[in-house]
Design a protein around this ligand. Structure first.
Ligand SMILES: Nc1ncnc2c1ncn2[C@@H]1O[C@H](COP(=O)(O)OP(=O)(O)OP(=O)(O)O)[C@@H](O)[C@H]1O
Ligand SMILES: [Mg+2]
Length: 499
């Protein structure tokens, strides 16, 4: 199968999003689509699969001009789209989500539960993922849900698979597993359109790269003929220097301390402290319990033992409201379900947690709210027409920046950032790192959960490694290496023994 998109244009209202984009993919190749947040990658794919109409241009499938009526039509023609933002019914089981609208029924119209279970397990196994398929999907981490999404697309017998940032929520091991499946399917003639902000991945898996900038396709390369520097330059329109800024931390007193925190079956005996001005990274494999520990500190989930101290005084936090009162902020990994109100404006999303600070004589001071919102949007390079547009109309990476803006603006003294740069483009990543440095200069204590090891090593002062709900070590970043962190993250110890 060969798909050619020629001269594709698209505008949302007055916002021209694509202007004459060309893109081609065929069986047996992995073609990566790169570009900054808001460049138009997801929109192009939505046009290909018929979710949006284009305003101009043509799509050819095997030389024949085609237009799909929608994702289902595209799927029936062998094109499967794994979306950047997942749309699961969180209360429904894994297997029910996987077979939604594609239920296997016998000739009397009765659902064949055992067959659906068997198939669900078969495709998840293929991805090396063991998941209880009867569990509500909402109880699983974002990474696991992503694996299920991939299994769903394998199930459709697709000839071309579109993956829009599939690895953003996956750990190293899972990525390796996924790539094995991709290589395997490639041999069988499946073609891939692969959207990712992670450079290393592109050089590992892609045969071709197309770079988009501001709705235009800039260049197409064979991966072997191009280097990282060139791709960044094409994407950003300029060269960017060092990826990680220097950190010059000055620690103050202990800001947050956690003693013997335990929740049965989830995590146990967690002890750590983070100082004013410090960035403490939490590293570990997916499912190790990092997010769960933070959710408990923030009062979303309970813990049955242990203490949380702020400025040396014990606090009892039973809800996010109480956490916020104690000046703790939490950028969740799941921005769509927890971080943003998609129908609300960017202004409301950003200013809401800080609104108390804008009330003068009982009235909200609109001008200050506007200035504040605009300042943060500019700082984080949020690509949007104005602060009035809804959060849901932004590209995935720009939504992430809005959630971050909200917490940065709230004046938290302890900021928990769960995968802060996930899905964010190279230029904006650097902005976020600079901002983290600025926050710690202002004595904010930052806890950063990250599955990106280079980021952990590049941006933290200390690294707490979590394995199976326990902290297996807290190491000084200066002396840490990828290997030493990985060893701890997989249950080994760094003195030559494994346990
Ligand atoms: N439904 C929509 N309504 C209005 N504007 C939209 C809509 N969908 C996308 N846009 C706009 O189109 C532009 C391109 O968005 P798109 O989601 O294609 O970017 P992207 O390249 O996928 O970015 P990211 O890397 O952040 O996912 C953005 O400016 C976005 O705000
Ligand atoms: Mg996108």
């Amino acid at each position: 199968m060969k798909i050619e998109m020629k001269n594709i244009s698209k505008a949302f209202g007055t916002n021209k999003v694509l202007e004459g984009v060309n893109f081609t993919v065929q069986s047996g190749e992995v073609h990566t689509l790169m570009g900054e947040n808001g460049a138009g990658k997801s929109t192009l794919m939505n046009i290909l699969t018929g979710l949006y109409d284009d305003d101009g241009g043509e799509i050819y499938v095997d030389g024949k001009q085609t237009q799909f009526n929608g994702p289902l039509d595209a799927e029936q023609h062998g094109i499967s789209f794994i979306h950047q933002e997942m749309n699961n019914f969180l209360e429904m089981s894994v297997v029910d989500n996987m077979f939604l609208n594609k239920e296997i029924k016998n000739k009397f119209g009765i659902m064949n539960e055992s067959k659906m279970h068997e198939q669900a397990r078969f495709y998840l196994n293929k991805l090396g993922t063991k998941i209880d398929v009867d569990k509500p999907i909402g109880t699983l981490s974002v990474g696991r849900q992503q694996m299920i999404e991939i299994a769903k697309s394998l199930m459709t017998d697709a000839k071309i698979i579109i993956m829009d940032e599939p690895t953003a929520a996956l750990t190293e091991n899972e990525i390796a597993q996924l790539f094995e499946v991709v290589r395997d399917l490639k041999k069988q003639g499946v073609g891939f359109i692969y959207i990712s902000h992670r450079m290393e991945e592109i050089f590992e898996i892609a045969d071709k790269v197309t770079v988009m900038r501001d709705g235009i396709s800039i260049n197409e390369y064979s991966t072997k003929d191009v280097n990282m520097k060139q791709l960044v330059k094409d994407m950003v329109g300029r060269e960017i220097g060092d990826f990680y800024p220097d950190r010059d931390p000055h620690f103050g007193k202990v800001s947050l301390e956690v003693q013997h925190l335990s929740e049965k079956g989830v995590f146990s005996d967690v002890n750590f402290r983070v100082h004013e001005g410090e960035i403490l990274a939490f590293s570990g494999l997916m499912g190790a319990g990092r997010t769960e520990i933070m959710r408990s500190i923030f009062g979303i989930d309970p813990h049955n033992e242990g203490k949380i101290l702020i400025d040396g005084k014990e606090v009892h936090i039973h809800s996010p409201q109480e956490a916020i009162k104690n000046q703790i902020g939490f950028l969740t990994e799941n921005r769509k379900d927890e971080g943003l109100i998609l129908n609300d404006s960017l202004r409301d999303n950003i200013a809401l947690p800080s609104i108390g600070g804008f009330v003068k004589h009982g009235i909200i001071d609109d001008k200050s709210v506007n200035d504040f919102t605009n300042m943060l949007m500019k700082r984080l390079t949020v690509k949007a027409q104005s602060a009035d547009v809804s959060a849901g109309s932004l590209s995935g990476g720009n939504q992430q920046k809005v959630v971050l803006a909200k917490w940065v603006g709230s004046g938290s003294r302890v900021l928990i950032l769960d995968e802060p740069t996930r899905g964010v483009d190279v230029g904006a990543k650097r902005e976020i790192y600079d901002l983290m440095n600025e926050l710690t200069d202002r004595h904010v204590a930052i806890i950063m959960i990250s599955s990106d090891l280079p980021e952990v090593l590049g941006m933290s002062d200390k690294i707490a490694v979590v394995y199976e709900g326990k902290i297996t070590g807290i190491v000084d970043t200066k002396t840490a290496t990828q290997e030493s962190v990985m060893t701890l993250a997989t249950g080994g110890s760094n003195d030559g023994r494994t346990n």
